[in-house]
Design a protein around this ligand. Structure first.
Ligand code: SAM
Length: 279
């Protein structure tokens, strides 16, 4: 097996696949709705008025659009390492409060992306990073006191069925599509990077080790239950007066049948109910 794509090789693969990316994700039921759900889980009040939000690994702007919809008054900065993906993002219509920066997540300072940010969303990024802990520390440093992180990521729950569903989806859909579109390396990377990445409880624990507080691992509805999660954490510090105490979606029962719930305060529990996803 070749090693996972990393850094320049991964960026080149995204550059290559950028023109087809939006059409491929459109085949994934709920892709955009789930991004919007994770964005809303950041729970900024007043539509994000007066807030700065960072979309790390923004790609063609799907996650940026989710943030723009969730927080129609926030200033949003999208950052991505792939010029090809960013070209696609920039070609879309955006309000003036949205801007994009071409930079790797590891070089934000050099790209003059400075905090503080009130919230950070990273959708489908962390599994791709050579050193996710270093980037988590950077995100933590860029957040204002009380600032919020939402990581939306493929990270398998603890059940055997989660691994089986992921393997079936990859064998039946992801790899054939990747082969047909000429992006086999990228989509084989998608498969293997999920298998080799942290489980959902392990990534929650990783957030805790990086200094995030009030870590929660929340499931998402639909076929991705037990496969894709929203990970929430906060930088310690005073709650800001315009932020809601918690996104309304972080408690109770989700539409679509996915159960949510906190998995710990201060540090994520690794054996909690989230380990098996939402069923
Ligand atoms: C799977 S796409 C997700 C894009 C978007 N967030 C979405 O939800 O559709 C992952 C993105 O992360 C970017 N990426 C990967 N490694 C990166 C890094 N080290 N720094 C910045 N962006 C990176 C890729 O270029 C790609 O655009």
């Amino acid at each position: 097996m070749p090693p996972l794509l990393r850094d320049a090789a991964l960026t080149a693969a995204f550059d290559h696949g950028a023109g087809r990316y939006d059409r491929l994700v459109a085949l994934n039921p709920g892709y955009h709705a789930q991004l919007r759900r994770s964005a809303r889980r950041l729970g900024l009040a007043d539509g994000g008025a007066g807030r700065r939000v960072l979309d790390l690994g923004c790609g063609t702007g799907a996650s940026t659009a989710a943030l723009a919809a969730a927080f129609p008054a926030a200033e949003i900065v999208g950052v991505d390492a792939s010029a090809g993906m960013l070209d696609r993002a920039r070609a879309k219509r955006w309000p003036s409060r949205v801007r994009f920066v071409h930079a790797p997540a590891e070089e934000l300072r050099r790209a003059e992306v400075h905090g503080p940010f009130d919230a950070v969303l990273a959708a489908y990024l962390f599994r791709n990073l050579t050193d996710p802990d270093a980037v988590l520390r950077t995100v933590h440093r860029l957040l204002a006191p009380g600032g919020r992180l939402a990581v939306h990521e493929y990270a398998l729950g603890g059940r055997r069925v989660d691994r089986l569903v992921w393997a079936a989806v990859c064998r039946g859909v992801v790899l054939p599509l990747g082969t047909a579109t000429g992006d086999r390396d990228l989509y084989r990377h998608l498969w293997r990077s999920v298998v080799e990445f942290d489980s959902a409880p392990a990534f929650g624990a990783r957030l805790g080790r990086a200094g995030f507080e009030r870590v929660r691992v929340l499931p998402l509805p639909g076929w991705q239950t037990g496969i894709t999660h929203t990970f929430l954490g906060r930088r310690a510090g005073a709650e800001t007066d315009r932020a809601s105490t918690d996104g309304a979606e972080t408690h109770g029962t989700e539409a679509g049948g996915a159960r949510t719930g906190p998995v710990g305060t201060g540090r994520a529990r690794t054996g909690g109910p989230q380990a098996g996803g939402a069923s």
